[in-house]
Every structure is written in C-alpha cells, then in structure tokens.
Write a protein that binds this ligand. Sequence first.
Ligand code: SF4
Length: 460
Amino acid sequence: MTVQYKMNFNDDNLLRQRLQSAQFMFLAEYKLPAKDDNVSRVFEEVNGICEYSAENQEIAAISLTDKLSSELSLDPLELSPKITSRSGKPPIIHVSGKGHDVDSVRERLASLSSEGINNILAVSGHLDDSYDRYCDSVEIIKQAKLLEKNFFIGAAVNPYKYRVNDSYGQYFKMIAKIKAGADFIVTQTGWDMKKLHELILFTKMRDIHIPLIARLSLISEEDGQNFSNLGIDPGVSVSREFASLIQREMASGSQFMATQLKRLCLQIVGCSLMGYSGVQICGLRTAYELQTVMETAKKMMGDFRTVREWSDEWNAFHHGIEMVGSAYNFYMFRNLLSFKGKSDSEDNFQLAEAAFEEVSLSDQLKYKIASVLSIETKKGFGGRVLRRILSGDSDEAILDLSKTQYVSLNKCPKKLVYGPCSGSQLNGDCENGELSCVHNERISLAALNNELDNLEDPDV
Ligand code: SF4
C-alpha cells in the first residue's frame, strides 16, 4: 500500500506548511486540568508557553488535550483564541471519542470548525468510568473528512506493544486511520527508542509517506510511582530494569531533573536523526521548562553527527538495559538501533519472524460454523442463540459479524469497531483488565483466514 502525503502549496495552515517543509519541528502540549483547578494559574502557564513559543521558530503549534484530566477538564476551545493571539501559532485540539457517538462528534467537529480550528488530533480516549460511550478515532477522522471543512487531521499510534497481535494491531489500525484521511501521525508517549525505530521502518516497508511525530515526556518525580508499577499511561509498560534505573535516579536528589532532561533531549535528537518530522513534548507546565528543553535539545542536536553516534550514547546512557521484560518482547525488525554507518542500512533491519497468537480448535470451529450458517443474517431467538454460542454475545452485533471474524465487538468496553485502542495491557488483556482484547482475537482469526487486509479497511 502506498500512502502519499498530498502537497498543497496554496495553504495558509502553518502546521501543514511546517510539516511540508521537512524541517524538524516541535509541538508543545499543554495538558488541560479540571475546570475547578486554579484557572488563573492555568492562564499564567499558558500565557508563558505562548509568549515563549511566539519567539521560537522551531515550535510549530501548541497542542491541547481533551478530557484527559477528567470529564470536568477545561474545554480546549476556551483557550484556543488566547493561544492563537498570544503565540501566533495554531492550536491543535485533541478530539477525544470519550462520551461521543457519531452525531455528537460531528457536532463537536462543526463547532471546532466554526471557531476557526483547523488542526485536530483524533483519539478514542482512555477507558474512564465517567463515560459509557466512545467514538472510535477512525470514525472521528471519517466525520472530519465528511464535513468537508479544512481540517488537518492527526491520528495516534501506540508503537509500545510487545506481542505480535498487539503490535500489528496498532499498525493495522494506523493504516485504517491514514486511509480514512489522517494527515499526520502522533505516537503515544514512551521511552523505548527501538519501538520508535520500528515505526519508522514499518512505514518505509509499507511505503507510507506521512509525517510522523513522536510524543515524548520529561519524567517527573510524580511519575515515580507509575514507574514502580511498570505502567505509565494505559497501554505503555516498561521493564523492571528501566523502572529500577528511574528509582535510582530519583534517589540521586538534585541530579534527577538534569538526568531526565538529558534523557528527553537524547530522545528528541534520536527522533530527528531517525527521520521523524518532529516531536510533541508533553508534561511541561511552564515557559521556563519549555525553554530549558528547547535550548538543551538544540544544543545536543549539534553534538551528534550521525545516528550511530547518537545510538551509542543512548545505549551507554541506559547501561545497555532492555526497555521491556522477557515475557513479552516482540520487535517487528531485527537489530533495531544497531546502526552500522551514518544512516540505517535496509539490510540490517530485516523483518523478524512473527507468529500470531494461536486460535484454539474450538474457536476455529466456531468461526467455520458461523461463516457457513451466515449467522449475521439470522434474526429472532434463533439468531440470539447462535450469536451467543458462536460469537460469545447474544446481543445484536454492532457491526456485521462477517466483517469481524465472527467475534462480537460488544465485548469491547468502548465498542470500538475499527481495531484496538492503544490501552491493551502488556499481556494482551483489555485496558479494563477483565478480558483479553477482542481485537487481538480478531487478528488471530484474520491471520488464519487470510483476512488481515480487512483490518486496514476504514470502510468495514
Ligand atoms: S477490548 Fe481492546 S480495544 Fe476494547 S477497550 Fe479493551 S483494549 Fe481497548
């Protein structure tokens, strides 16, 4: 599949222009707090970030999260006019599927457009007890395209997956997002640079030409507890060795932040050398923090002439520890980050063997019977019984079962239809920890029945 990035030279969208210029760029992400947080402090922080961004050519846009703190998070629309006027940079508004169905997401997109917002980042949203419905990010992208507004659309991918099904599932869905109309891709936050290298190689292998932006974060002292639990954001895990390293760095007291700054800036340099279009820096609250990161990163960019020099320093900085444990450690390519020359040699990074999770004989049989009986067409009591036995759920399917490998997507707590969210756990279980991710079941059945191409189709 070839996905070409369409050039538009009559465009006044600064973000699109920057991405087309092929100059490495920075996005500053501000996490919007709950409405009852200290609003004057929030305005002060945002003003500071805007004023610094106005002076800094490398910062292309300011990214605002949506419903990340809670259902009571400040609406990014409340801050976007301030950002535009104070920084001269376009905001990127995250559009979370939390709490939305197709109609309400269309209304939200229309109101963003009427407020002059062109840049959005579509995300399905993390599982949250406050919400009982989620709009799939692929649907958000499709609706943004249908509105025929001038949206420049970002989509998310989580490369930090360590089982074959989870890893390929993320990339299949990323392709569905691109086919639906995504213009650029933003990764989840993580620290495993081999996975960021993997994503670059995957897009080359699939002939995908679309800007890739790595979302990176400065590790704070408050993150310490999450590291000791080996989980950071939902769907991103780290190894015990990496967590221990962070704990030891925390014990070093005054050196801690300097060490984290170096780690973040090394990541930024690595992304720039590996071919990312830019980075989205999150976890920063003040203009001073942003300035410190920008200045350190820019200086460090001059210190490394080749990707090999950079990878040697990255490995030495981490004392060669692995970023993921031994139980689940799948990487799609061999020798990731082992650069032999100035750049990557294609031969050095060949596809690793990948075996999708096996499908039990009883599940294979259920698939075959469901397919022969065309249970998707069966109505009434008989249909419910057949669905219960063969697809695991008697309710009416939210999507034609013949298109979902006869796995009921009702079992997904977010009812996502176009593929997995980013939140599955390290062992492939759902973000809610109560069952395995239904999309992982689908992927195994699709692999067995030569239907993997269907998982990249946004028009199922
Ligand atoms: S079943 Fe999979 S896609 Fe659905 S919420 Fe759980 S992890 Fe996400």
